[in-house]
Ligand binder design. Structure first.
Ligand code: AMP
Length: 281
C-alpha cells in the first residue's frame, strides 16, 4: 500500500497501469467497519483500490465541529492496509484549497432540505471535494455509505449532471450490535450519551414497524419517530423526515417507497441515521 500527500504522486500511481480498474473510497478518516466495508467491496470489484483521508474544511459549517473531529492517521493506515487498499491520499487543506482557490460545485435542489437546511454550505463542500477526488483518482467506481443518504442523492445528481464517467456504488449502513450506526462522531459520546444514542435506530424501527402494519400517513410515521426521541434522556431532536428517496421532498402519504431520516443531538454530539422503506417489498 502506497501513501502519498502530493496529487502528482497519486496520478503517477493511478496511471502506471492504465488498463487497471480503480475503485475509490472517499473518507474523513478515524475509520471504522462502515468505512472498511466500502474498502472491502471496492477490493472485490476492482483491480486497484484508492482511498482518501481528508477532513474537508469546506463541508463543516461549524468551526468547533471541524476542530473536534477525531483523527488517528497511524491507526487508519494500518486498517486500510489490512482491508486491502492499494493507494491512499492524505492531502493537507492547503494542497486541496491553495491560496486563490475559488471554484465550488453547487447542486441546486436536493441539497436544500434535511442536512442541507441544518448545515448551510455543507453539500457545496461535499460536492466540491468529491468532484476534486474524482478528478485526482479518475476511478471507474466510487463507494459511498447509505448512512449518509442525502450525500448519495447529491453525488449521484452531480455525477449525472456533470457527466463524470464513473459508477456510484452504495453500501448498506453498518451498525453496532445495539443498532447505533457506526460513525467517527460516536467516539465523542460519553458513556451515558452512548446508551441514549440507540434512540435514532429505535425511532426508525418504530416508524418502520407501523409502516409494515399498513400505516401510510407520513405524519404518523414522523410522530412515531419523534415520540421515541422525546422519551430518551439526553436526546434533543433536530429533525425527523419522511421523504421521497430521490427528490427528498417531504411526503404526505407514502405511495410505495420512502426515506425515513432524522438528526438528533445526544448531549452535544449531533448524530444522523436513516432507513428506506418499500411497501412493495
Ligand atoms: P466519512 O468519513 O464520515 O466522510 O464517511 C466516509 C464514507 O463512509 C461515506 O461514504 C459514508 O457514508 C460512509 N460511512 C460512514 N459511516 C458508515 C456506516 N456506519 N455504514 C456504512 N457506510 C458508512
Amino acid at each position: 500500500m502506497n501513501v502519498f500527500t502530493e496529487i502528482s504522486d497519486i496520478r503517477i500511481q493511478r496511471w502506471a497501469e492504465p488498463l487497471t480498474t480503480w475503485g475509490l473510497v472517499p473518507t474523513m478518516g478515524y475509520l471504522h467497519e462502515g468505512h472498511l466495508s466500502l474498502v472491502r467491496r471496492a477490493r472485490q470489484e476492482n483491480d486497484r483500490v484508492g482511498v482518501s483521508i481528508f477532513v474537508n474544511p469546506t463541508q463543516f459549517n461549524n468551526p468547533n465541529d471541524l476542530v473536534a473531529y477525531p483523527r488517528d492517521m497511524e491507526r487508519d493506515l494500518a486498517l486500510l492496509q489490512e482491508a486491502g487498499a492499494d493507494l491512499v491520499w492524505t492531502p493537507t487543506p492547503e494542497m486541496v484549497y491553495p491560496p486563490g482557490y475559488q471554484t465550488y460545485v453547487e447542486v441546486e435542489k436536493v441539497p436544500r432540505p434535511l442536512e442541507g437546511a441544518a448545515r448551510p454550505g455543507h453539500f457545496r463542500g461535499v460536492a466540491t471535494i468529491v468532484a476534486k477526488l474524482f478528478n485526482v483518482f479518475q476511478p471507474q467506481r466510487a463507494y459511498f455509505g447509505q448512512k449518509d443518504a442525502q450525500q448519495v442523492v447529491v453525488i449521484k445528481r452531480m455525477v449525472e449532471d456533470l457527466n463524470f464517467n464513473l459508477e456510484i456504488i452504495v453500501n448498506p449502513t453498518v451498525r453496532e450490535a445495539d443498532g447505533l450506526a457506526m460513525s467517527s462522531r460516536n467516539a465523542r459520546l460519553s458513556p451515558a450519551a452512548r446508551q441514549s444514542a440507540t434512540c435514532l435506530y429505535q425511532a426508525l424501527l418504530a416508524a418502520k414497524s407501523i409502516f409494515e402494519q399498513g400505516q401510510r400517513s407520513a405524519d404518523s410515521l414522523r410522530a412515531a419517530m419523534r415520540a421515541v426521541i422525546e422519551s430518551t434522556r439526553l436526546a434533543r431532536l433536530d429533525y425527523v423526515s419522511v421523504a421521497h428517496p430521490d427528490t427528498l421532498a417531504e411526503l404526505d402519504m407514502v405511495e410505495d417507497k420512502a426515506l425515513l431520516s432524522l438528526a438528533v443531538f445526544v448531549d452535544e454530539v449531533r448524530l444522523i441515521d436513516n432507513m428506506l422503506v418499500d411497501g412493495k417489498q
